[in-house]
Design a protein around this ligand. Structure first.
Ligand SMILES: *Cc1c(COP(=O)(O)O)cnc(C)c1O
Length: 296
């Protein structure tokens, strides 16, 4: 647990702490490790030998499934959005890492990828790859939520607010389920999405939560120079790296809310650092191409 001291150089009446949940495993980062834990046990129980999942070019989830498969002795298949990536594996740090871990790819067009949850799409995959254990895009299912219920521990009871980034909603659902009733869970969606409220309600069994919708920076993986300078300032000052897709946006949001006086005086705030640092390299390649400042 790290305390963020000298917040913004102003004497504020809130205390902010970071739980570095990305240090839980050397190469399966943060919440993706939590989300896979019980899925792996279930796949073993069902005697499956192959894990199949879905993701985009720089997906933390693809990275994590590839590394988990290698570690626990599963063959892994990644269904990847974007046919054009098939001959760009070497230039893409996420995909080349996944390949090194033994992942086999099936590249599909964006149109086909949208159909990935339909029976006909899944049956096609079964014809191609045989019997597999399917993990949804982003990894969220009941097993994933159960894993994320283990992020908070008894000692976290002292916090008034618990903050986390939100992608598909599995992580925040786990936090909600294991929180104490007097705590409030704030989710910072990394994308524009009206579906999240409903998705989280499917898994969460408490109502002590809220989504803060103002810090997606235009959508999933969209960033700007203000966010990059914030991430660089944060790392310089606190020696904690943030990723541009999830944790950077959340922490930017927390600081902004503090400045606005959102939190009552004396609040203790816990930010969950969910990992995602593997995505920095890929993002920097894009930033260099666009001649924009990079993440240090
Ligand atoms: C995937 C991811 C999230 C979002 O988790 P969900 O359970 O999909 O909401 C947050 N942070 C990081 C670093 C991630 O990789």
């Amino acid at each position: 647990m790290f305390e963020i001291k000298n917040l913004l150089n102003i004497d504020l009446d809130n205390q902010v702490f970071i739980k570095p949940d990305y240090l839980n495993h050397p190469c399966i980062s943060g919440n993706k490790y939590r989300k896979l834990k019980y899925n792996i046990l279930e796949a073993k129980r069902l005697n499956k030998k192959v894990l199949l999942t879905f993701g985009g070019a720089y997906s933390n989830h693809i990275q994590a499934v590839a590394a988990t498969g290698k570690e626990f002795g599963f063959k892994t298949i990644g269904v990847i959005r974007g046919e054009e990536l098939a001959d760009k594996i070497q230039e893409n740090p996420t995909l080349s890492f996944a390949k090194q871990q033994g992942m086999e790819f099936q590249f599909v067009s964006r149109e086909a990828y949208r159909e990935k949850t339909t029976d006909s799409f899944i049956n096609n995959l079964k014809n191609l790859f045989g019997n597999f254990y399917l993990i949804p895009e982003g990894g969220t299912n009941n097993f994933a939520v159960k894993g994320c219920e283990e992020i908070l521990t008894e000692t976290d009871k002292t916090f008034d607010f618990i903050c986390c980034p939100v992608g598909t909603g599995g992580t925040i659902s786990g936090l909600i389920n294991s929180s104490f009733p007097e705590q409030k869970i704030l989710g910072f969606p990394a994308l524009k999405g009206d579906f999240l409220q409903e998705e989280i309600s499917k898994f969460a069994n408490n109502s002590n939560w809220e989504l803060i919708l103002e810090y997606h920076f235009g959508g999933y993986a969209k960033i700007n120079t203000e966010l990059i300078s914030f991430i660089n300032m944060f790392n310089e000052r606190y020696s904690i790296p943030l990723d541009p897709i999830y944790t950077g946006k959340m922490m930017f949001g927390i600081f902004d809310l503090i400045k606005q006086g959102y939190f009552p005086k004396g609040s203790k705030i816990l930010a969950i650092h969910t990992g995602g640092l593997q995505g920095i390299e890929g993002m920097n390649k894009t930033l260099i191409r666009k001649k924009l400042p990079i993440i240090n």
